[in-house]
Structures are given as C-alpha cells and as structure tokens.
Write a protein of this length. Structure first.
Length: 72
C-alpha cells in the first residue's frame, strides 16, 4: 500500500477550490490513486515521471498531479 505525502503548496492550492471538491478529492480520488497509483496517465518531456489523474465535478475538469516514490 502506498502512503500520501504532500508538497507544501498543496494546502494553498486546495484553499482555492470549493469545499465539496476538496472533500471529494480527499475521500474519493486520493484513495483511488493510493490503491492503484500507476493507472493514471503519465506526463512527458520535462514532466516525465509525473502522473496525472483527471476527474470532473459539476462540469468542471480537475487534475491531480503526483509522483510515485517506491522504497521502504
């Protein structure tokens, strides 16, 4: 099982979103990412190694970008 760790700017970015969207990210989408982190799209070029998870809520598209570090 994978664990989540956040960049310090994530908190600032989440403050810009509506509360229901933030709750959905935390309760639904982060759990899906943690269960299967390699199922999302991978970015290319300078952003190689970063995964991009997309979802839509209320006709607005959102993206969660993340990296997977495998280790102890």
């Amino acid at each position: 099982m994978f664990k989540d760790k956040y960049h310090p700017r994530v908190k600032r970015d989440l403050k810009k979103l509506d509360r229901p969207v933030v709750e959905e990210i935390r309760t639904v989408h982060i759990q899906k990412i943690l269960a299967n982190p390699f199922s999302s799209d991978t970015l290319h070029g300078d952003l190689s190694g970063i995964y991009s998870y997309h979802f839509r809520q209320n006709k607005v598209d959102y993206r969660v970008s993340y990296m997977v570090h495998q280790g102890k």
